[in-house]
Design a protein. Structure first.
Lengths: 115, 108
């Protein structure tokens, strides 16, 4: 159990375009989902926390107008990178947690390359 | 803010060897997790261990919350154990702060 999927696994887009990444909890209801970014050979950095039906909470330094997060249901959260630039190229990972546990389960990640 | 430090940063093992990875954290913990990130980037949950000791096959973990550290033991290492091991500690709202990771390479 506790499977989280992400789609797409890899995306290449041109500078100035927007990209949407989906995160789904497949076998449990995720009251909270988290979005992380990981640069090569670095650790994961939390970008934002989203709770179903409410606005996302962004970490300091993360532009909320650039990284739009929607958590429309208990099994789906989306991250949209708007007006992407090459410096947005990174590995984006989501995680999900249900309300009765602290344990987070991670998706397989999405590798974004902006050309 | 919360500090999570891991050591060593890199570890090269011969297949079959045992090793210990360490995670120090700066304040009390009510949620500590160990993960293995495989070469494809997937984080795999190893242990949820705010205190005490747990074992799962060749892996075990111990957290001593009062002394603010956790240890991950890998016994009889295999090449498939290669990857990056992260510990992470949760703050309010279950926000995880990750350590810098230990990059493990197990040689055949």
């Amino acid at each position: 159990g506790a499977v989280v999927s992400q789609h797409p696994s890899r995306v290449i887009c041109k500078s100035g375009t927007s990209v949407k990444i989906e995160c789904r909890s497949l076998d449990f209801q995720a009251t909270t989902m988290f979005w992380y970014r990981q640069f090569p050979k670095q650790s994961l950095m939390l970008m934002a926390t989203s709770n179903e039906g409410s606005k996302a909470t962004y970490e300091q330094g993360v532009e909320k107008d650039k990284f739009l997060i929607n958590h429309a249901s208990l099994t789906l959260s989306t991250l949209t990178v708007t007006s992407a630039h090459p410096e947005d190229s990174s590995f984006y990972i989501c995680s999900a947690a249900s309300g009765n546990t602290y344990e987070q389960y991670f998706g397989p990640g999405t590798r974004l390359t902006v050309t | 803010g919360i500090q999570v430090e891991q050591s060593p940063p890199d570890l090269i093992l011969q297949e079959g060897a045992n090793s210990t990875l360490r995670c120090n954290f700066s304040d009390s913990v009510n949620n500590l997790q160990w993960f293995h990130q495989n070469p494809w980037g997937q984080l795999i949950n190893l242990f949820y261990i705010p205190s005490g000791t747990k074992q799962n096959g060749r892996l075990s973990a111990t957290t001593v919350a009062t002394e603010r550290y956790s240890l991950l033991y890998i016994s009889s290492s295999q090449t498939t154990d290669s990857g990056v091991y992260f510990c992470a500690r949760a703050a309010a709202g279950n926000k995880l702060t990750f350590g810098g990771g230990t990059r493990v390479l197990v040689k055949p």
